[in-house]
Write a protein that binds this ligand. Structure first.
Ligand SMILES: NC(=O)c1ccc[n+]([C@@H]2O[C@H](COP(=O)([O-])OP(=O)(O)OC[C@H]3O[C@@H](n4cnc5c(N)ncnc54)[C@H](O)[C@@H]3O)[C@@H](O)[C@H]2O)c1
Ligand SMILES: [Zn+2]
Ligand SMILES: [Zn+2]
Length: 372
């Protein structure tokens, strides 16, 4: 089924419904078009048609727009994305139509959908590791899995992890469910205990989600590193004990001074910058745990012998947000996870280009979103 195609018959059936919608449609790299009258996707028997409430703009949406190789391929690499598609994987909305086979959800329910659309058939899906699904369809990059930078999204329920969102949860918090889900998984990988000195490097949206969740683990010290003062201030609001700027002070020396020269127990790297990897490998103690979360724009150069011969580290990766949405939704609603001031700006879809520009952070914003 194709989200860009509306069958003529269903068009007649839906004569009372809205037939077209505003959508941001991607035809190719650097070929993103706002379409005021794009066909509303057809709601098949196993589908939910979601009326979008809001959709965060992710750094990856911006990278894809500018044609990054990891999305569009290169001379030796097949493209990952399949245009035409509608971007947007950080979304929520209200069910506006359900297919005949859909029992669990009804018109009017407020829901969100995990970014991964598991195939259900590959080795990883079958053994429960759905977030590593081999074909790896993510909403917002494929014709058949269009995202939510549109008034409506088709959710094929057989390939969707759907979660209810309380109607009382403000949109400014609910827009953070997807990123905070990823933050939670990463912090879980770190297995923080009350004896640990934990460093989180990078206090963007993802780092802030990690900080507010990591604070619930009550580590001995939670230290945050970032280059931007407003983000360091927010890190302290969200539960960090100390917040340092590596451009202004010698953060490796600070950690060594406070740990009798041993180093921090856990280092979570979520800055997206190679310098933060090197910094972490320098300040982590022997037998420490290093968790890598970032997506890098360039390779990191490091003396790899630190991992084995010098420190015998546990180096772990973290990808997406497996089984994290229910916790995040519940704990955002109860106020355990802090969200205030993370969504700094919202735009209507017509202004998507400005929204993408603001999402780079160059005007001091943290999370930028499109709202409907
Ligand atoms: N693994 C996953 O599943 C997953 C999911 C979402 C995002 N990501 C990645 O996570 C990373 C963080 O995302 P974000 O949206 O919060 O990014 P962001 O760019 O908003 O935040 C990164 C922060 O790191 C800071 N920084 C840069 N160099 C630093 C250094 N040497 N030390 C400390 N801080 C430094 C920057 O000032 C910035 O505030 C990105 O690379 C993103 O692509 C990974
Ligand atoms: Zn994202
Ligand atoms: Zn799969």
């Amino acid at each position: 089924m194709n989200c860009a195609v509306l069958h003529a018959n269903s068009m007649e059936d839906m004569s009372m419904e809205k037939k077209t919608m505003k959508a941001l449609v991607v035809y190719g790299k650097d070929d993103y078009r706002f379409e005021p009258e794009f066909p509303v996707p057809e709601c098949g028997p196993d589908d939910i048609l979601l009326k979008t409430e809001g959709c965060g703009v992710c750094a990856s949406d911006v990278k894809c727009w500018h044609g990054a190789e990891s999305y569009w391929g290169s001379a030796n690499k097949e493209p990952w994305v399949k245009p035409p598609f509608i971007p947007g994987h950080e979304f929520l909305g209200v069910v506006s139509e359900v297919g005949a086979n859909v029992r669990e959800y009804a018109v009017g329910d407020r829901i969100t959908v995990e970014q991964i659309a598991p195939c259900g058939e590959c080795r990883f899906c079958k053994d429960g590791h759905y977030w590593m699904c081999q074909p790896h369809y993510i909403y917002g990059y494929f014709t058949d899995y269009c995202g939510a930078m549109a008034e409506y999204v088709r959710i094929p329920t057989k390939h969707a992890r759907i979660h209810r969102v309380p109607k009382t949860l403000p949109l400014s918090s609910a827009l953070l469910i997807e990123p905070y889900g990823c933050s939670k998984h990463c912090v879980d990988r770190a297995q923080i205990t009350e004896n640990d000195i934990v460093v989180i490097s990078g206090a963007g949206t993802l780092g802030l989600g990690m900080i507010t969740y990591a604070a619930t683990k009550k580590p001995k010290k939670l230290i945050v590193l970032d280059l931007q003062e407003n983000r360091l201030a927010k890190a302290l609001d969200f539960g960090a004990n100390l917040a340092w700027n590596p451009a202004k002070e010698d953060v490796v020396k600070n950690i060594m001074d406070m740990t009798e020269g041993y180093g921090c127990d856990i280092y979570i790297e979520c800055s997206g910058h190679p310098s933060s990897v090197v910094q972490g490998m320098s300040m982590i103690r022997k037998l420490g745990r290093f968790v890598e979360f970032s997506v890098f724009g360039e390779p990191t150069t490091l003396d790899w012998s630190i991992i084995g011969d010098k420190k015998e580290l546990d180096v772990l990766g973290s990808h997406l947000s497996p089984n994290c949405y229910p916790y995040v939704i519940e704990n955002m609603a109860s106020g355990v996870l802090k969200t205030a001031g993370v969504v700094t700006k919202t735009f209507p879809l017509e202004e998507w280009e400005t929204a993408f520009d603001y999402a780079t952070g160059k005007y001091g914003n943290i999370k930028v979103a499109i709202t409907f």
